[in-house]
Design a protein around this ligand. Structure first.
Ligand SMILES: [Fe+2]
Ligand SMILES: [Fe+2]
Length: 210
């Protein structure tokens, strides 16, 4: 794949990410960078194809807008079909296309990630929900659903499992279902700040801090 084909893929991917807000194009670029970071470490243990991984990262959420409109659509499944059609039009390698489509389908758990590229993409996408970006995302979601700071703090302390938009993300901050060793290590580092942040927030809301 030459730089021209890559530029075409990037253009196509970005054109499908408009008006998605929190999970728009900046999210895709963060996931791409995380994939490259994980790949560096994982390639010591596994045979990773960096090109397949890069293209899968760029295309992984191209069907997100369709899922936003129609809740029954799985953006991994539809995105894989769209990616397959698009990659064919630019003459992209058939075997590599298959691996990319598997990774796109697996990132929404439509199928179990089998290839190392699918495992890395899954982990990179999940890591973008953790740490400081995760905390910021929780508060954006709170704002979008008219929740107060106090309600978010309360949800973090609650042991009860709720399925609201915000509670679901808070649940992600507390668990680490990752596939790669590197992903698990980065998740541990990123999430160190989460309990510290919420304890400090609670103290401030209770006026325990000067
Ligand atoms: Fe996604
Ligand atoms: Fe994503």
């Amino acid at each position: 794949m030459g730089p021209r084909q890559l530029a075409e893929i990037e253009r196509y991917a970005e054109s499908h990410m408009a008006r998605l807000g929190l999970y728009g194009w900046p999210h895709v670029k963060r996931v791409e960078r995380l994939c490259m970071l994980i790949q560096k470490d994982e390639s010591e243990r596994n045979d990773v194809d960096p090109l397949v991984l890069k293209v899968a990262a760029l295309l992984h959420d191209i069907a997100k807008h369709a899922e936003k409109k129609e809740n029954l659509v799985d953006h991994g499944e539809l995105g894989a079909r769209m990616a397959q059609r698009f990659l064919k039009t630019i003459g992209f390698d058939k075997v590599k296309t298959g691996v990319i489509c598997h990774a796109i389908r697996a990132h929404t758990h439509k199928e179990e990630p089998i290839s190392i590229e699918a495992k890395i993409l899954h982990d990179a996408d999940f890591l973008d929900k953790l740490g400081t970006v995760g905390i910021a995302s929780v508060f954006i979601k709170a704002c979008l659903t008219d929740k107060t700071i106090e309600e978010v703090a309360q949800m973090y302390c609650s042991k009860e499992r709720k399925s609201s938009y915000v509670a679901k993300h808070i649940h992600w901050l507390k668990r680490q279902d990752l596939y790669t060793e590197t992903g698990k290590r980065i998740a541990g580092q990123r999430n160190k700040i989460v309990p510290t942040f919420f304890e400090a927030l609670k103290d401030e809301l209770d006026c325990k801090r000067k």
